[in-house]
Design a protein around this ligand. Structure first.
Ligand code: 5CU
Length: 377
């Protein structure tokens, strides 16, 4: 009997559709796209940590360029498919990259969100069976607009969930005002892909960071801590108990959650206030239980050490391969060729669970196909 082909699925892969790039080009504060006299290529400036270098490059044409080059990888569908083909990726679940619709006004985010989601839907329709997407929600709009968006995206054929930042409606993901949205998403069987953007306050990185350390601190540490804090706040506020059908995929293998879950548990057990308030008694679901019941993790952690922690915490049946394309391109080899950032993640899976093993096949694609229903139209 012929062995069935292993299908590779990338569940962490972003795009900014052309209409969204146009919005960024029209802006004067982050997020924005801008050209500088130093180079003909536009720059994409997203993060608070990039504001200082944006200001310096605006004043001084010899200053280092802020942000990252806005290459065709960010907005071209043909480029996405080329990237998939180059890396043997059969299916991608694409999502709008950060900071989604967070910066839009209440009156514009509903309409823009609808057209961005339609654009993603159209792109997926151009490659049926190869592309699915996580939609984006207009969280700055009134609640009824957000709920209408949930109903809208539920009806889009290739939509399998939504991508969500950690700010929620502006007060974080433990905000009780978010509960109706989580309930609507759970009822619609739309998985939430939780992704960071805001990191930690710039002061944490110290005075040398923006000059000397590039993007390392905000991306390597700020992003994962942001995710960890957001999910821990959700856990402490009881969101997972209140919405038992809520399913979340955490970016970057859960930030540091797999590593810190034991410490979070111990701090809960030893917290005088929580014990006095009866929050630590019988029936409490531990962080470990929530990780195994309601949380999935991507496998975007670039080493088998982190990946093993993720597997130990959530289970190999809850991990899904991702690339984070178009971020982390190769800097010294052809961008149209293979990306080291992709092979680091694929190699980490092979090293953590054994190349070609059942667990490797599951993490590289099988889990995503069943969890996100990628075999169904
Ligand atoms: O390189 C970066 O700034 C990023 C980003 O903004 N978002 C992301 O998903 N990965 C890397």
């Amino acid at each position: 009997m012929a062995a069935s082909k292993v299908r590779v699925v990338d569940i962490h892969t972003h795009m900014y559709p052309p209409s969204y790039i146009k919005i960024l080009e029209s802006r004067s504060t982050i997020p924005l796209v801008r050209t500088f006299p130093q180079t003909p290529d536009p720059r994409l400036i997203l993060l608070e940590a990039e504001v200082k270098s944006l200001e310096e490059a605006t004043k001084d044409a010899t200053a280092k360029l802020p942000g990252r080059p806005l290459t065709s990888h960010f907005a071209s569908l043909a480029q996405k498919v080329h990237f998939m083909d180059t890396h043997g990726i059969d299916i991608s679940v694409i999502s709008l990259a950060n900071p989604w619709l967070d910066f839009l006004s209440a009156s514009e985010s509903g309409k823009i969100g609808e057209s961005v989601n339609e654009e993603f839907s159209r792109m997926c329709g151009e490659h049926p069976g190869r592309l699915f997407f996580f939609a984006t929600l207009p969280l700055t709009a009134p609640l009824e607009t957000v709920l209408a968006a949930v109903s809208h995206v539920k009806g889009l054929k290739y939509c399998r969930g939504i991508i969500l930042g950690t700010s929620g409606l502006g007060k974080g993901l433990d905000d009780p005002a978010l509960l109706p949205i989580f309930e609507a998403l759970a009822a619609a069987h739309l998985t939430v892909f939780l992704h960071p953007h805001y990191g930690l306050p710039n002061e944490v990185w110290g005075p040398r960071a923006s000059e000397e350390y590039g993007h390392v601190l905000p991306l390597a540490l700020g992003f994962p801590m942001e995710t960890t804090i957001a999910v821990t706040r959700m856990y402490l506020s009881g969101v997972f108990d209140k919405v038992r059908d809520l399913r979340m995929i955490l970016a970057h293998s859960g930030g540091t959650l797999p590593f810190l879950a034991g410490r979070i548990e111990s701090c809960v057990l030893h917290d005088g206030q929580l014990v006095r308030e009866g929050k630590v008694g019988k029936g409490r679901r531990t962080v470990w239980e929530v990780l195994k019941e309601q949380i999935y993790l991507d496998a975007v952690i670039y080493s088998e050490v982190g990946l093993k922690a993720a597997i130990d915490a959530s289970g190999a049946d809850r991990l899904m391969f991702g690339t984070d394309h178009p971020f982390f391109p190769p800097l010294e080899t052809d961008e149209q060729g293979e990306w080291e950032s992709v092979s680091l993640n694929a190699d980490a899976v092979a090293k953590a669970v054994g190349e070609g093993s059942g667990e490797a096949k599951a993490i590289m694609g099988g889990n995503a196909i069943s969890i996100l229903r990628l075999d169904q139209d």
